[in-house]
Design a protein around this ligand. Sequence first.
Ligand SMILES: Nc1ncnc2c1ncn2[C@@H]1O[C@H](COP(=O)(O)OP(=O)(O)OP(=O)(O)O)[C@@H](O)[C@H]1O
Ligand SMILES: [Mg+2]
Length: 326
Amino acid sequence: MKSSLANLNESQPVFGSLVGKSQAMQEVFALTRKVAQANVTVLLTGESGTGKELLARAIHNLSPRRDKPFLAVNCAALPDNLLESELFGHEKGAFTGAVSKRRGKFELAHQGTLFLDEIGDMSFEAQAKILRIIEEGRFEPIGSEKTIEVDNRIVAATNRNLVKEVEERRFRQDLYYRLNEFAVSLPPLREKKEDIPLLINHFIKEFNKELNKKVEGVSDVALNYLEKHNWPGNVRELRSVIKRAMVLIDGDVIWLEHLPFEIHLRSEEASKEEGEFLSLKENEKRHLSWILTRTKWNKTKAASLLAISRHRLDRKINLYNLKPTQ
Ligand SMILES: Nc1ncnc2c1ncn2[C@@H]1O[C@H](COP(=O)(O)OP(=O)(O)OP(=O)(O)O)[C@@H](O)[C@H]1O
Ligand SMILES: [Mg+2]
């Protein structure tokens, strides 16, 4: 068994709490380092689970505003009236249920950074109000005549395709142009697969602490499957897969048997999509290897699961040169 951990310890390209050594992530880090210093609005785009929230925090922590508040608002989680009250605040009695005065996030994040998450899910009306604050730096809390001046750095994020949203008139073009002044796009995991070993190592460390385990790495076979998977849920999905494996594990290595079955299935599908078909022999070899791993090389059990004799299993193990240390 060659654990993936050993060769990863040398250098860990870390940016805030993000890791990544792929060209794509190095470009994201370089761009972010620059934009963090400038007082411009930033739009973070990328599929779900690609690290937009982590990057928003990194931008704040690298900016001259780092000692001021960083506040996040999930624009998709609240209906319009509650979102507006969350953002702008309200006077006592401004609407039913407004039993006391409340300060909004724009005001609370004064001189700091306001992270508008899932901005693509915000209503058209709320978008107009946001645009005004970004342009003018002032607003009135709900039910108040008093204008409040604020200095916020806005970082917005969305996993939607805003160009399409604008075309379909669900997102205001003017706000889009304003936000798109500086856009950073996070690549999906399937386009930065060289980061997978690094990310696995990062999560193993995290969960060793959290779950009080002493896991050292993943087996080569397991890593191979993890690298083949298409990762529709991106880094979040990888993190969950590693966490699940580490809950199951008794020893110090993550084997194929600790990975959820869809990793095996989807990997095969993905390789077919890429036009890479498995030969019958290769398929048999992988299946044997998988069963042997699952049975912890209990050959009697493996032969029984495969419905072949022990003797035939031994011949196949020799033929494919399978070893328990894989
Ligand atoms: N480069 C990375 N290094 C380490 N952890 C990462 C990285 N990218 C993402 N993660 C982890 O993946 C998970 C998802 O990240 P995050 O919440 O930032 O995604 P997101 O892009 O905001 O997703 P969504 O669009 O669904 O809100 C988090 O647990 C985060 O810690
Ligand atoms: Mg997010």
